[in-house]
Design a protein around this ligand. Structure first.
Ligand code: C5P
Length: 239
């Protein structure tokens, strides 16, 4: 669908190896109530009318699992490409975004494959806001007080909680802007843990879109339990 004459692509990064789960299957392919984590993530983008197409970035060693657990089992019509990622998340994002080099005026939403509980509402808000502001980052206020401690032993300082936000994904940008930011970061040897930080380095303002605690990044076995419980709630409430 064209909104204000532009297209909205999604790049879902799922090329991580995730050492913290201690399981043989990578976490993005582990079942949540019987369905792989990545399948929930892709379903959310599939359902969102404003999204034109989806590219998934996978690890080359996971190609067989990806084909077996995702491509063969689900009919994701918007899933047009899959490409192989790189050593860091930033490298993986770059591999996905490169596909849209010819669509510089359009927009791309970058999302972590391991955030399966992303809601259609948040995706829609990203689409609306990025069309207006060109750079947006889903984030939530911090309920914890955050401390600075470079050595992990002694506290060096305390951040003002009222000013601190926890970044999530999607993070969405005009394609030309995120490509420039990625290429500049690469040239200068900067490696960020999210995409907005690369755009911030250009001095471009990044707008916050309110996220949700539900949009958690599955990292540990405990996160799996929490995600399953939230899914049960969703199923119960949707009846
Ligand atoms: O590294 P982090 O835990 O922040 O990972 C967030 C997302 O980035 C995950 O979905 C993971 O699969 C992806 N990732 C990637 N390529 C890497 C590292 C992480 O696509 N090299």
């Amino acid at each position: 669908m064209r909104l204000l004459g532009s297209l909205f692509f999604a790049v879902v990064v799922a090329a991580g190896v995730g050492e913290r789960m201690n399981t043989s299957l990578p976490k993005q392919y582990l079942p949540l109530l019987g369905k792989p984590v990545l399948a929930y993530t892709l379903e959310a983008f599939e359902r969102c009318e404003a999204i034109t197409e989806v590219t998934v970035v996978i690890h080359p060693l996971h190609e067989e699992i990806f084909r077996r657990e995702i491509l063969k089992k689900y009919d994701f019509r918007k899933l047009r490409h899959y490409v192989f990622g790189g050593a860091t998340r930033q490298d993986s994002v770059y591999e996905g975004i490169k596909l849209y080099r010819d669509c510089l005026e359009d927009f791309v939403l970058i999302h972590d494959g391991v955030r399966p509980l992303i809601s259609e509402g948040i995706i829609k808000r990203c689409v609306e806001e990025v069309a207006q502001f060109e750079a947006v980052c889903v984030a939530i206020p911090s309920v914890d007080t955050l401390k600075l401690s470079p050595d992990g032993k002694t506290i060096e300082g305390t951040l003002d909680r009222r000013k601190v936000w926890r970044a999530q994904t999607p993070q969405a940008f005009r394609v030309s802007l995120i490509l420039e930011a990625l290429e500049r970061a690469q040239k200068e040897g900067f490696c960020g843990t999210d995409d907005a930080s690369l755009v911030e380095r250009l001095g471009f303002p990044v707008r916050i879109v309110l996220g949700s605690e539900e949009n958690l990044k599955i990292t540990t076995p405990q996160d799996f339990l929490i995600a399953e419980e939230m899914l049960r709630w969703r199923i119960r409430w949707s009846r």
